[in-house]
Design a binder for this molecule. Structure first.
Ligand code: PMP
Length: 406
């Protein structure tokens, strides 16, 4: 291992000490949502105990403190991904962030004859908003398919970057396969061809160092709850020129400079996209989450998770009749699998009795499972706070419940 004492890190996560069905919890569902360290839980608690007030609207002390916590989260998050705070719109998560691009950037610009390029491995949050845009503008959707290992077919991607493609929306890391897409090369290539790029960073930010400026995309969407932060927090980074050109998506207080019945003057970006009272407590927590990950070091987090993944793969390779979906080189610690003769939901249900939390189903990626020709998979997704002992206990439990189903 590297310089970090991972058993002490694990102790920072109180939930991981609980039992489920009388067994020590093994939480292998971090791709769904991540667990929270004490510092994040305390930051949320401290906000309501000591600082609770609304942002920006009040001149009193508490209002100033609340605003400071909210704006600090913006600054910390911006530094974490190497962008300017003023180009970061805070919102409820990736789903909102992508919808903001769909409604404010794409809807007014796209028209019949235009194409939106997606990939087979996208989460529904990076499919459905584009379908809504396509329906309303007459644009069509094109899909880049995968190679058998679950990596992108790069030849097809290049072939599909035709002159009518206005926008490419792509996951940085797949939530089902763990595939890490070479978004930097892809976004630079797209930019040369005048294609605007949207990168869904939901599954990347919690697990590896991410330099959004270096990726060279136009938009980068992220969600806080998978990166140790509270639910209902997230952000959209966008190139300044887009932020200035885009109309507001949601109207209300905070996003305006002056309101008259004969016309309203909007605030500057990013505030013109932040109408209404935000999740202030959540962002106080997200600021603490960024501090926590920063202190661990994302390169350490990545190395730790790669080590756990190698161990998990090694153990699973010895389980007879088990097939893994997504084996691309350099993949993240997300393992989708099926076991011959056992339905995914049955396995997950029986594993829960053993204290193991994994996800079963389609993982908000119906088109991907259709491509594999299967109805569901089991998905074990790891985080740095998991342990080698848990991996061994998980595989032992898997063998046991599989025996019950045979
Ligand atoms: N994209 C990917 C790749 C995801 O894994 C998720 C969460 N499962 C989302 C988008 C949606 O994130 P949220 O629900 O936080 O908006």
């Amino acid at each position: 291992d590297n310089a970090v004492d991972w058993s002490r890190v694990r102790a920072d996560f109180p939930l991981l000490r609980r039992e489920v069905n009388g067994k020590p919890l093994i939480y292998f569902d971090s791709a769904n949502t991540g667990q929270k360290p004490t510092s994040v839980i305390e930051a949320v608690d401290d906000f309501y105990r000591r600082h609770n007030a609304n942002v920006s609207r009040a001149v009193h002390t508490l209002g100033g403190e609340a605003t400071e916590l909210y704006e600090n989260a913006r600054r910390k998050l911006a530094r974490f991904i190497h962008v300017r705070p003023d180009d970061l719109v805070l919102c409820s998560g990736t789903t909102f962030a992508i919808n903001l691009v769909a409604y404010s950037w794409a809807l007014p610009r796209l028209q019949g004859g235009d194409a939106i390029l997606l990939t087979r491995m996208e989460h529904h949050a990076n499919i459905v908003p584009w379908q809504l845009v396509a329906q309303r503008t007459g644009a069509r959707i094109e899909v880049v398919e995968l190679l058998p290992d679950g990596s992108l077919d790069m030849d097809m991607l290049r072939a599909k970057m035709t002159a009518d493609v206005k926008l490419l929306a792509i996951a940085h890391v797949s939530n089902v396969l763990g595939t890490v897409n070479p978004v930097r090369g892809i976004c630079h290539e797209a930019r040369r061809r005048g294609i605007v790029t949207v990168v869904d960073g939901s599954q990347a930010l919690p697990h590896r160092p991410v330099d959004v400026a270096a990726i060279g995309c136009d938009f980068y969407a992220l969600t806080g709850h998978k990166m140790c932060g509270p639910t209902g927090t997230g952000a959209l980074w966008a190139r300044r020129e887009h932020l200035e050109a885009m109309p507001p998506f949601i109207g209300g207080g905070e996003m305006i400079r002056e309101v008259r019945f004969d016309g309203t003057v909007f605030n500057d970006a990013p505030r013109k996209f932040e109408a209404g009272t935000p999740n202030i407590a959540g962002f106080a927590g997200l600021g603490a989450a960024v501090d926590y990950l920063d202190a661990l070091g994302m390169a350490n987090v990545e190395a730790r998770e790669q080590e756990l993944l190698a161990h998990l793969n090694e153990e699973l390779a010895r389980v007879e009749g088990l097939r893994i979906y997504g084996t691309a080189k350099g993949k993240a610690a997300v393992v989708s699998f099926l076991v011959e003769g056992a339905h995914a939901h049955d396995l997950a249900t029986l594993l829960d009795i053993e204290g193991v939390a994994i996800r079963s189903g389609q993982h908000c990626a119906h088109p991907l499972l259709q491509w594999f020709g299967i109805g569901a998979t089991c998905r074990a997704s790891l985080a740095f706070y998991n342990t080698h002992e848990e991996i061994e206990a998980f595989v032992a439990a898997l063998r046991k419940v599989r025996g019950l189903l045979a």
